[in-house]
Write a protein that binds this ligand. Sequence first.
Ligand SMILES: *Cc1c(COP(=O)(O)O)cnc(C)c1O
Length: 350
Amino acid sequence: MQFGSDNWAGASDKVMAALVAANGGDVPAYGGDDITKRLERRMAEAFGREVGVLLVATGTAANSLSVTGLIPPYGAVICHRGAHLNTDECGAPEFFGSNKLIALGGVGGKISRGGLAELLDRPLRGVHHVVPSVVSLTQSTELGTVYSVAEVTELAALAHGKGLIVHMDGARLANALVHTGASLAAMTWQAGVDILSFGATKGGCLLAEAIVVFDTAHLERLAYLRKRSGQLVSKHRILSAQFDAWLDGGHWLELARQANAMARRLAEGMIASGKARPAFAPEANEVFAFIAEPQAERLLAAGARFYDWDADLLEPDEQPAAGETLYRFVTSFRTTPEEVDRFLALLAQA
Ligand SMILES: *Cc1c(COP(=O)(O)O)cnc(C)c1O
């Protein structure tokens, strides 16, 4: 009954087997090995075009390098106020590139067209002010909601119209693709994404995150910045082998399908129980639900794992009622129906 986060789970068996296999033998370091070359080909196939790929150890590094690496220090990074970049990275984006973040509101953890347009329509007033340079969209969002391809396309077009670069924080991109049924190409470069943090850690690797850049002219610059930030992992095949096995044969989407299905099962069971109230229907692998605190305490005491959550990101009409607290439940590829049902049985008694 582990719903703390999807990074509590280890790696899938297939990814672990690939990691063990890659461990054998001596091969060139720093990405000069055959597994990394194979992964680069596989990435190009997966995206349906030539791409630049830079593997890093954490999503924070992927995000920070992606949003700051291609802009001047006076460029500003626009993101949702709940974005991981803004709230969970200890100022790393500001540290990496010394760029200012501009945080926007927006329903369901998403930047809205109106909100972005309002900001970008303000005239630039010279050297006293930062210049909006990147817009970052989190897919799936920090509220477990998903931007449609049409929404990404619209926001990206708006950003490009003002000369901005479009970044996608895809720590949970696989979950968003499963929800929408969109292809990797349709959700990213075809919709206008220029640079992507492609996360595999939460989706079933031990540690494997990629910066994917669609204009390969930027690759060299980003490669220098990756090294300079201490993110060029020398035993590179250990990252590549995980990512390669994860992408092979649609494994990554199978894992995300399981995680999403378990979130849906959990939310439906909560509603049926009458003891917990999802704030909105889950779209990816996270459920945000209201529970009375004493009942939540009993569930935690019985061994369930989940966190209480700040309701600040919810809309005024979604706020907890008196006596209710907001909790976040995250499912992973490893969550089983039995685990969800055990939790729901406990909830029914709580
Ligand atoms: C987990 C996560 C990341 C990456 O976090 P790290 O702990 O740095 O690997 C980035 N963005 C989002 C939305 C996340 O949930």
